[in-house]
Structure formats: structure tokens, C-alpha cells
Ligand binder design. Structure first.
Ligand code: SAH
Length: 256
């Protein structure tokens, strides 16, 4: 389907991926969409990341706390239905564990899909940001798995870890560890050790491409000794992944 859908559009709601944090890592489309919006809706911490862009701008800003995702989306839909141009910001890519799905689902529930123009503006996701800091670990097939069991049963996460580990995928772990959830990363490590050598390279990147960035090159045997939290991505190499001069590189092919 092209722009709109033939029916009367009251407003425009863009779900904008702001990337990992620095304004320069945002796409020009994301940047322009934020500049054009009348209202910006977002989690307070993410609004903080783009505050430099909002200086001198006469925009209405609607900020909410971390767990208020549904409230945030509902508010954005209401404002768009009034005919305004709204941007909902999401860190990284809004379509990767971000706000895009929730906005579309809520719009459907409220019968607004035909009345508001909704667009998704992609951004640099944490896997790409983390990989760029480490070198080139994602040169071959990879999978992304979130260790958060808030919305997914742990048994299913474990099944996916096993499938990815046994298929020699490079794996990127999102939401690897929180204050309350410390044991999942250990269980993930044990699963990978069933299929991969203890010296398989593992990269850990905290706050990739934003202030406070830290990166560590470790291996499957030892990486859980590193400071891992909810601002961290963990990249586990495949059987061919190597460390070269402090960089993690996965060869493009298996042939040589
Ligand atoms: N939509 C986001 C992901 C949200 S899930 C994206 O596309 O990047 C939240 C998880 O993403 C965090 O727990 C962490 O594992 C990871 N993450 C997001 N930004 C990060 C960054 N700059 N550095 C390291 N990890 C990050």
C-alpha cells in the first residue's frame, strides 16, 4: 500500500527510531521527522538523548516513565486523532523490541488504522551499534534473542537459545541481565557451552555509541564475570569467529 489508504487521514503519527543515542547516529529521515512534528512523545530518558535537537523548538513534549509504554502510545494516538503531527520516539530501531508494534496494535483495537497515517522510521539497532564497536562480528548469519521473560515464557527463550546455539548462529543477546533477573545470562552461557568451545569470542558492549560506552572482548567461558546490565548487548561468536588485534571478526564464509 502506498501513502495513506484513500480514506480521510486526521493526523500523522510517526514512530521514530532515534538510534543508540548520539544525534549523528540518527538517520536524516528520523531527524527531519522529529523537526516536523508538532508533538513529541517519549520515555523521559530518550527525550534526554535528543534534547539538543529540541532546544529552541516550539514543540509540545509528552514524557512518561519506563513502564508507561501503553499509556504513551495511547496518548500519541489521541493527539494524532486530533489532527496533529506526532512523533513517538523509540531507542534504536522502533521495530526491534520497540514501540512500532504496540502503536499499530492499539490503533487497530481503537479502529484508528484507517483514520491516522502511521509510519515507522527505522533506526540503528543495538546489534549494529554494538557490532560496530567490536569490529565485524555479524558478518555471517545471526539471530537476536531477548533474555527478558517479562512478555515471553522462559521455556521458549531457552528453546530459541538452544536452536541458535546448535545452528552455529552468531547470537546477539538483548536485555541480558537486570537487577531482578541475574541468572538467565548464566543459563544462556551454559546452553552455548553445550555446542561451542569455551574460547569462542564474546563481545560485551555497554551504552554502545552513547556516553558511558564500555566494550569488552572476552570468551564464552568467562564473559559472565563482566559488568552486564540492561544497557548492554552481548554478542556471541560462531565457530569461525576470531579476535584480531582486539577486534572481533566473523569471517564472511566457511569455505576457507
Ligand atoms: N529498540 C531497541 C531495543 C530495545 S530492547 C533497539 O533497536 O536497539 C532494550 C535492550 O536493547 C537493552 O536491554 C540492551 O540490551 C539493548 N540496547 C539498546 N540500546 C543499547 C546501547 N546503546 N548499547 C547497548 N545495548 C543497548
Amino acid at each position: 500500500m502506498s501513502e495513506g489508504n484513500g480514506s480521510y487521514c486526521r493526523g500523522h503519527l510517526a514512530i521514530v527510531g532515534i538510534g543508540p543515542g548520539a544525534i549523528e547516529d540518527m538517520t536524516i529521515k528520523a531527524y527531519n521527522t522529529l523537526l516536523e512534528a508538532d508533538v513529541i512523545v517519549g520515555y523521559k530518558t530518550y527525550l534526554e538523548l535528543i534534547k539538543q535537537l529540541l532546544v529552541d523548538q516550539e514543540k509540545e513534549i509528552v514524557g512518561t516513565g519506563m513502564t508507561k509504554e501503553v499509556e504513551r502510545c495511547q496518548k500519541a494516538l489521541e493527539i494524532a486523532a486530533e489532527g496533529k503531527n506526532v512523533a513517538v520516539i523509540s531507542s534504536g530501531d522502533p521495530g526491534v523490541y520497540g514501540m512500532a508494534g504496540l502503536v499499530l496494535e492499539l490503533a487497530e483495537t481503537k479502529g484508528l488504522l484507517n483514520q491516522i497515517k502511521i509510519s515507522v522510521v527505522p533506526g540503528v539497532t543495538a546489534a549494529s551499534a554494538g557490532a560496530s564497536v567490536l569490529g565485524a562480528p555479524l558478518m555471517h548469519d545471526f539471530s537476536i534473542i531477548s533474555l527478558s521473560d517479562l512478555l515471553t515464557p522462559w521455556e521458549l527463550i531457552l528453546k530459541r537459545l538452544e536452536a541458535a546455539a546448535s545452528s552455529d548462529f552468531v547470537v546477539v543477546l538483548y536485555n541480558p541481565k537486570s537487577h531482578k533477573r541475574v541468572e538467565h545470562i548464566e543459563k544462556a552461557r551454559e546452553m552455548f557451552l553445550k555446542f561451542r568451545a569455551g574460547d569462542t569470542p564474546v563481545g560485551v558492549v555497554k551504552n554502545a555509541l552513547r556516553s558511558g560506552q564500555e566494550m569488552f572482548v572476552s570468551d564464552l567461558e568467562h564473559f559472565t564475570e563482566l559488568p552486564i546490565d540492561m544497557f548492554t548487548v552481548v554478542l556471541i561468536g560462531n565457530s569461525q569467529t576470531k579476535v584480531m588485534g582486539g577486534k572481533i571478526v566473523t569471517p564472511r564464509g566457511y569455505s576457507w
